[in-house]
Ligand binder design. Structure first.
Ligand SMILES: [Zn+2]
Length: 762
């Protein structure tokens, strides 16, 4: 029974386009000479109901279709970019003409109408309405195609590598396989044109979604011979055979059970109780009596999309997914009942997606009996699909309460607010955190809705001036009772953004807690809900005053340290970075700030190079042959010993020097340089902040470099030259560990230096 082993895809998606593409309108005057005398105008009253801008006469693009009707035609909405959300006599394209006769064709942007065949003739002195109906979801084919490919990709996985597939080098492909079929080949002039059209679709889909495509077939709806279908059949068979699910075992009693369910369907049962299923299980030739086994069967059937069954709401099994889809529709497209139920309050629902119980009750009254009976179960299932949500709300007494009297239908949300959401809530810039971005290579179409729903389960919605912060592309939640801390989730292109607003003093723990919840939920949605094995994201950030629609110029979390300046691409200016997401801080603090790095490098130069210089010099000048134990000598000890030699005094004698810059460049004897070493060491040792800014670091490096060049001549060190050792330290990768170590080493021996000063001055 290979049939049962076909890989299958089960997904329940609803897509309701509130706006439809306005058709293309081609106007032909039948007489090229006549054209300029034709007046056409666009009715202003249409504007405001739709996104179609006011069009001028010149917006009717001149369009040559001489080969068809022998004249010049004009065309409105050439690319099909205009959308409309209204219909009826008052919402349309109005044409007024002085021509004796017009041919008008209404068509799809992809089509070239044959004016003689498709055109409607409008005669002078008459008023004619041309009305077209597209009651079903009507979106342009390309976006439909994109949508399905993206949806399939959402549920996709890396191709299960069977031997045969590997041999063909198809290891990059993704499952499930998709075979694209171009139907209506007969509508094209030739096969090549048809192929090109299909390719223009496949070219435009997201590159990862494309990895599902295996082959392309072109089929004529009128004249194809059996051959073409035979080829397609073979291709499907070959593709199916190469998948890992091919020939998988399936218990015979499950097949019998499936047949039993199908016979229920044929007598019109679209939803049955679990008790009824048990009865069916007992009646089949190889009975299933164990509840666990029944659950296993249902889980499998649910997985492959035959039934809808959730183990935590087990009383009913929906046998016909279409029946559920219809039930979904009556909620999601509830507005269609407005004409039948005009006495109810629709405004709130249309604006905010808020469904109150009275409205719901009335809508269900209009449905079939089995839908009315199973209303509660339907609502539970719909909630499972995150289509409706009972929100948490902040009550007037400051408590958080789950609302049961009404719910939201997030996909109903129409208002876009991303551009001025912060203005709506009157958020001062100083209260905004940096904007944390979850940047996806592929952002599944419904992830933001699911994420908003997830957050609604944990955080109450924020409200401002009676308006709830719940919109199509962003959502604002309260953190805590006072409302002084909120966060916003915003979706734009391929990213989901998180920003925390804190009117009181910034508490990074608040940010961290929110981030933890949001990230956990994104991971949960991506990994468990959608099983998106092919989707991943990266966490980046943008500045506090970013516009949520700005989708480039992200910074990495370890790129800038707390308090450091960075260049913001969006505002073309420099901001100071503040770490708002201390969850990320531990990662950032593993890197040293540039001032800290300077400090570590200069300290290493002191401890490893300069003390070596001093040791070598001491060794050369001692002449006693006394072998000094280098590890036991720090710079102070060595200076003391050198001083005791009573040779090479500084050229201006011993004096109290605070900064190495006080020694002028012409003081360049061995004594002067030893003085320099001591003073540089002191500067590093006495630093209380353990940091050195870039300017100071460069000054010291120049002094040290010149000095080491002299010592390379004087000491002629064994092994690498001092200058080379200096350069190595300057280029070295530094870790936090070396910082802590250096701090400890520099702190040691403070006192001995003071004693040295005393001794020398005496
Ligand atoms: Zn900026």
């Amino acid at each position: 029974m290979n049939y049962y082993s076909y890989p299958s895809l089960s997904s329940t998606y609803l897509r309701f386009d509130q706006q439809l593409a306005f058709p293309v309108v081609t106007v032909c005057t039948k007489n090229p000479m006549d054209f300029n005398s034709v007046s056409l105008y666009f009715d202003q009253s249409f504007v405001g109901h739709s996104e179609i801008p006011v069009v001028e006469y010149t917006d009717f693009y001149f369009y040559e279709t001489a080969y068809m009707c022998g004249c010049a035609c004009r065309r409105f909405n050439v690319n099909g970019t205009f959308l409309t959300s209204q219909y009826g006599i008052s919402s349309g394209l109005f044409l007024e003409t002085t021509s004796t006769e017009l041919q008008i064709a209404i068509h799809d942007p992809q089509e070239d109408p044959n004016m003689a065949r498709d055109g409607r003739t409008v005669r002078n002195g008459t008023e004619t309405f041309i009305e077209i109906h597209r009651r079903e979801v009507s979106i342009r084919y390309l976006s439909t195609f994109n949508f399905w490919m993206d949806t399939i990709h959402c549920y996709g996985s890396i191709n299960d590598k069977t031997e045969a597939v590997l041999l063909e080098g198809a290891h990059n492909l993704l499952d499930p396989p998709v075979i694209a079929i171009g139907t209506h080949k007969d509508k094209f002039q030739d096969e090549e044109q048809c192929r090109k059209r299909l390719e223009s679709y496949t070219d435009k889909i997201f590159k990862d979604s494309k990895l599902h495509l295996r082959s392309i077939h072109l089929i004529s709806n009128t004249e194809d011979v059996e051959d073409a279908f035979e080829k397609l059949r073979n291709d499907i068979f070959a593709t199916a055979k190469s998948t890992a699910n091919w020939n998988r075992e399936y218990p015979v009693k499950f097949i019998q059970m499936e047949k039993a369910i199908n016979s229920e369907l044929t007598i019109g049962k679209q939803i049955i109780s679990f008790e009824r299923l048990k009865e069916l299980g007992e009646k089949i030739p190889l009975p299933i009596t164990d509840n666990k086994e029944l659950h296993l069967f249902l889980r499998y059937q649910h997985e492959i999309g035959n039934v809808i069954f959730f183990e935590d709401i087990p009383s009913y099994i929906i046998l016909d997914p279409q029946w559920l889809a219809n039930a979904f529709k009556c909620i999601v497209t509830a507005q269609q009942f407005q004409l039948e139920l005009p006495h109810l309050q629709w405004d709130n629902f249309k604006k905010t997606g808020k469904m109150d119980p009275k409205l719901l009750e009335e809508i269900f009254k209009k449905q079939s009996a089995d839908m009315r009976i199973h209303k509660e179960h339907i609502l539970e299932v719909i909630e499972k699909f995150d289509i409706i949500i009972y929100p948490l709300l902040l009550t007037e007494s400051g408590n958080v309460q789950r609302e049961h009297s009404f719910f939201y239908v997030p996909c109903m949300l129409q208002t876009l607010k991303i551009k001025d959401i912060d203005v709506l809530f009157n958020v001062p810039n100083a209260s905004k955190s940096t904007c944390l971005c979850f940047v996806f290579s592929f952002l599944p179409p419904y992830l933001i809705s699911n994420l908003i729903v997830s957050c609604l389960r944990e955080y109450p919605l924020a409200v401002v001036k009676g308006e709830i912060g719940l919109f199509k592309d962003c959502c604002v939640f309260n953190i805590g009772r006072t409302g002084c801390a909120k966060f916003v989730l915003a979706k734009s292109s391929h990213m989901i953004q998180l920003q925390v607003w804190q009117w009181d003093e910034v508490d990074t723990e608040v940010n961290q807690a929110v981030l933890k919840v949001v990230e956990r939920e994104i991971n949960r949605i991506v990994n468990t809900r959608y099983k998106l094995k092919t989707v991943s994201f990266e966490k980046k950030w943008k500045c506090e005053t970013t516009s949520f629609s700005f989708d480039t110029g992200f910074l990495e979390f370890d790129q800038v340290n707390d308090g450091e300046n960075y260049y913001c691409e969006e505002h073309a200016t420099v901001h100071k970075y503040k770490d708002y997401w201390s969850g990320e801080k531990s990662k950032a603090s593993r890197r040293l700030s540039s001032d800290q790095q300077n400090y570590v490098r200069m300290s290493m130069i002191v401890l490893e190079v300069l003390s070596g210089v001093l040791y070598d010099r001491l060794y050369i000048d001692t002449k006693t042959g006394e072998i000094l134990d280098r590890d036991k000598l720090d710079i102070t000890e060595m200076c003391k010993k050198y001083c005791a030699l009573k040779i090479n005094f500084p050229s201006k004698g011993f004096r109290k020097i605070e900064k190495v810059d006080e020694i002028s460049t012409n003081e360049d004897t061995i004594g002067d340089d030893i003085q320099r070493i001591r003073v540089i060491r002191n500067e590093m040792q006495h630093s209380s902040v353990f940091a050195l800014d870039d300017t100071r670091y460069q000054t010291l490096i120049t002094i040290v470099h010149d000095m080491l060049t002299r010592f390379d001549q004087r000491n002629n060190p064994a092994g690498e030259s001092y200058v080379k050792r200096l350069d190595e330290i300057r280029k070295m990768e530094l870790e936090t560990r070396s910082f802590e170590e250096i701090k400890e080493r520099m702190k040691a021996g403070n006192l001995s230096d003071i004693f040295f000063m005393f001794e020398v001055q005496e």
